[in-house]
Design a protein around this ligand. Sequence first.
Ligand SMILES: CC(C)(COP(=O)(O)OP(=O)(O)OC[C@H]1O[C@@H](n2cnc3c(N)ncnc32)[C@H](O)[C@@H]1OP(=O)(O)O)[C@@H](O)C(=O)NCCC(=O)NCCS
Length: 173
Amino acid sequence: MRPPPPIRRLTPDDIAASAPSLACLLLDAVADGASVGFLADLAAPRAEAYWRGIAAATDGRVVLAADDAQGIAGVVLVLPYATEIQPHRAEIAKLIVHRRARRKGIATALLQAAEDSARGMGRTVLSLFTRAGSEGEPLYRARGWTRVGVIVADSLRPDGTLCDGAIYTKRLR
Ligand SMILES: CC(C)(COP(=O)(O)OP(=O)(O)OC[C@H]1O[C@@H](n2cnc3c(N)ncnc32)[C@H](O)[C@@H]1OP(=O)(O)O)[C@@H](O)C(=O)NCCC(=O)NCCS
């Protein structure tokens, strides 16, 4: 069995300093047709600006990353809900592993670390959103996430075609 890759939490300064490397993850995922929030015309300056915005956020979000010899190879966000009636809720988002580093257990380790981080913040009811049929779905199911439904024609893929969105949830003990 392969050992899980080490996962580290990025500080706001880390995120800002690593914006080009993190932008590469977004650009690679978009080039691969993945639904990560952007259309195919995404360019490096906008992708970097996205991460600088994350670095500047003050809502308690957690950014976790895995490295390989070429830099940051994978990332995931933990977004605590801000409402006073959902102090126990968090969203997992932007689970992305660069194509050069896939099928080595990096997303599995990132998701585990994201769940641990959420639990550490007292966030025990998690949700996430993914494209129906995405490569993430087998991973979420294998890790005990429940697919609660599908929104038909939810969003555009990078090439502009419509796709359905799948909603997942997991309750942490
Ligand atoms: C989904 C994604 C994060 C998986 O990253 P990864 O590091 O390759 O995943 P892992 O190596 O941890 O894979 C764990 C398991 O998930 C499943 N899985 C991962 N990629 C898969 C694929 N392309 N097809 C089918 N199953 C897949 C497998 O069961 C895999 O276990 P195995 O390799 O022992 O068979 C990566 O493909 C990615 O970044 N895709 C683009 C962005 C995206 O779709 N993110 C998820 C939704 S927001």
